[in-house]
Design a protein around this ligand. Sequence first.
Ligand code: KIV
Length: 272
Amino acid sequence: MSTYTEDQRKVTTRRLAEMKQRGEKIAMLTAYDYSMAKLIDEAGMDVILVGDSASNVMAGNVTTLPMTLDQMIYHATSVVKGVKRALVVADLPFGTYQGNSKEALASAIRVMKESSAEAVKIEGGSEIRESIERILCAGIPVMGHLGLTPQSINKFGSYAVRAKEDAEAAKLLEDAKLLEELGCFAIVLEKIPAQLAEKVAKELTIPVIGIGAGGGVDGQVLVMHDMLGINKGFSPRFLRRYADLSTVINDAVARYIDDVKTRDFPSEKEQY
Ligand code: KIV
């Protein structure tokens, strides 16, 4: 259990706003299944994101685009069952909210009804204004996501840092203010200059959670497989690894194989 989470009350969108007001940083991490979500929640995480990064780290796809609504609901349902304290936010997958705000609302309702997640996250600014408004009208909390938005990777053409140029930075700030105005309860800023992210966090009253956006924001989010060292093929500058689970797992599995081959396992005590 983290030393910062003696308060065992359920984390809500309102409590996140209070955390920002008193300057307490928000810790957010992804999870995609029951067992890991339970461990992460028990450690004291504030927000668990059922990210569409599941497409990469769970399904082995190159991008997040193939993720379907049914797959997201499957992951979110599993996560919710393991969580007691953290706020559970589920991504709306690519193609389920962009073109048509009624479809966006139907997607968000399915996620909330079928998985019992407590909020949805969607990527984009003014372009998806109608979808955000409609989802919010149904009483569903929305977390925004600006900067490097992986669902638009084919438009960007690379995973390089976004909003380095003045025009893109100005549009990002404008979009962040719009998301706050519309009623989003928080925003994720991904891979943008730290100075810009700090400016956004200062100008907004809602929490701004960064990934590759420096320390001047209200909280941090990482992908669980990256920070636990399960997925070692991905090493951006912003990533801090807190464990080397790929080595731990490889070693354990190799020992198991040896024990089976050498007839060491099972022993007398490990059978009936
Ligand atoms: O899908 C995801 O994991 C995300 C985080 C990178 C913020 O959106």
